[in-house]
Design a protein around this ligand. Structure first.
Ligand code: SAH
Length: 458
């Protein structure tokens, strides 16, 4: 039986009290095991439902819990896109609690999917499975996790790196769940109420299958707020070693699992960093948004004449300096600057500094499409300045990791920047995240990282 449906008859009927806003009791609900009966702690969920969901969406309280879509709004599900936005929902039957697994049906009642329900999010449901006969339970998660792990072992990445993304959320059939491996430490990040409900089960399975010395939870990304989840940061299983490091293509990088960005390191840029190394010989390199020095160290090893690296985070730069030392690279060719890149690029322009290879790898300017316009201005600004700082024949490595900016739009923004900078440029490479960040074909949003290598005319 699916977790929610086995108990639907025990749902408390408290619509009459729905005007009393209850405190958010997410922990009590989301940690309830699939076998447990609902208790009084579930009552606030129905109250919250009333608060957050348009009253028109309230369906038949006495019927089985289900999400019924508006006529015609099943199309994206039929194409196997795993998100159901609130606007596509005709009504929600029964009295489901947030994080319950519900059947999603079209307006004629046909089954479409099992999905985790979140009345507090614009993404009101995320699909676990397209198969009616499937049960969303510990075994389901074990299968999905084991699948993701065997897909990673087929990549033979272990020869290149002891750090890799083991689970890439929707694209591995596990919406809202990210798991990164750094040696024998796993870092787990949960970004949806559906995955949150199963967090202990997931940790148990990871412990059993991967046998790490530590599972650390970094559920503290901004996107948790959009799901109505509190931030969490701490050890879940085992003990966190004093030093966690990634050895990537022979380069050692310290990983600050507890306080670093994302889960501590940008595994997605592994292949792109390696490409930079092959193109850096005898060049003056500028690495903007350098974090702990990823691209900088590869460029130095690749024989760059000089590498100027800029980041706003002093903590990241301190780790970058340690990384430089522990890799025995020539520190005299490296310069580090703690600065706002938007300001620093203007200063470099005013100083008439020139470079042969520039990397622009900014943070996510547009987490969703709603921020796309503002983000586009940011991308255009740094790319325009980047083009101006390049010598003839120079290379620009430019990236966007914004889910809200498509590859096509990004290319247009960069083209506009080149035009305004007065340079002609060719695309030499189209870049993406490394293969341990697969993209589900039916979920283009999974392709968040896109990059271009451009060569300006000589
Ligand atoms: N290229 C890096 C990852 C970059 S992540 C790698 O391969 O590891 C983005 C970085 O941008 C973060 O380190 C963050 O501190 C920095 N950052 C964010 N806003 C900034 C700004 N306005 N100026 C400078 N750095 C900024």
């Amino acid at each position: 039986m699916n977790q929610s449906n086995s108990k639907r008859s025990s749902f408390p009927r408290r619509r009459e009290s729905s005007k009393t806003k209850a405190p958010h009791s997410g922990q009590g609900r989301t940690h309830r095991s699939s076998g447990g009966r609902k208790n009084h702690r579930d009552v606030p969920a129905s109250q919250e439902l009333s608060d957050h969901l348009d009253s028109r969406l309230r369906g038949n309280d006495d019927g089985p819990a289900a999400i019924i879509l508006k006529a015609g709004r099943e199309k994206s599900l039929l194409r196997r896109h795993p998100w159901i936005f609130s606007g596509a929902i005709e009504r929600v039957d029964g009295m489901p609690a947030s994080s319950d697994t519900l059947p999603v049906r079209d307006d004629a009642g046909n089954f479409l999917a099992w999905a985790a329900y979140n009345p507090d999010s614009q993404i009101t449901a995320r699909v676990w499975s397209w198969h009616e006969q499937e049960t969303i339970d510990a075994r389901f998660f074990r299968n999905r996790i084991a699948n993701a792990l065997s897909a990673r072992s087929e990549l033979k990445l272990a020869d290149k790196s002891n750090g890799m993304r083991l689970i890439h959320a929707e694209s591995d059939g596990l919406p809202g769940l990210i798991v990164d491996q750094y040696g024998d430490v796993l870092v787990m990040q949960i970004g949806s109420v559906g995955a949150e409900r199963w967090r202990d089960t997931i940790a148990d399975i990871l412990q059993e299958l991967c046998k790490p010395v530590c599972i650390y939870e970094r559920s503290d990304s901004d996107s948790r707020a959009l799901e109505g989840l509190e931030l969490r940061n701490g050890v879940m299983r085992g003990t966190l070693p004093d030093n966690v490091e990634v050895i990537e293509n022979g380069l050692r990088f310290k990983v600050d699992v507890a306080a670093g960005q994302k889960t501590g390191f940008y595994l997605d840029q592994r292949d792109n960093r390696a490409l930079t190394e092959t193109l850096a010989r005898d060049k003056d390199v500028l690495n903007c948004f350098c974090y702990t020095g990823g691209f900088s160290l590869y460029a130095l090893r690749g024989g760059a004449k000089s590498v100027l690296s800029i980041d706003a985070s002093g903590d990241a730069l301190r780790i970058a300096a340690e990384n430089l030392t522990c890799n025995s690279l020539d520190a005299t060719r490296a310069e580090w600057q703690e600065a706002d890149v938007f300001v620093a690029l203007r200063t470099l322009r005013d100083q008439n500094r020139k470079f042969d290879l520039i990397i622009l790898d900014p943070p996510k300017f547009a987490p969703t499409a709603a921020f796309a316009e503002k983000a586009a201005r940011g991308y255009k600004d740094i790319n325009l300045l980047g083009f101006k700082l390049l010598r003839p024949g120079g290379l620009l490595f430019t990236y966007s990791c914004s889910g809200g900016i498509s590859e096509d739009l990004f290319q247009k923004i960069v083209a506009g920047a080149a035009l305004d900078a007065g340079v002609d440029a060719q695309i030499v490479h189209h870049l993406h995240a490394s293969a341990d960040h697969p993209v589900l074909l039916s979920f283009p949003e999974g392709a968040y990282l896109k990059g271009l290598v451009l060569r300006v005319a000589g």
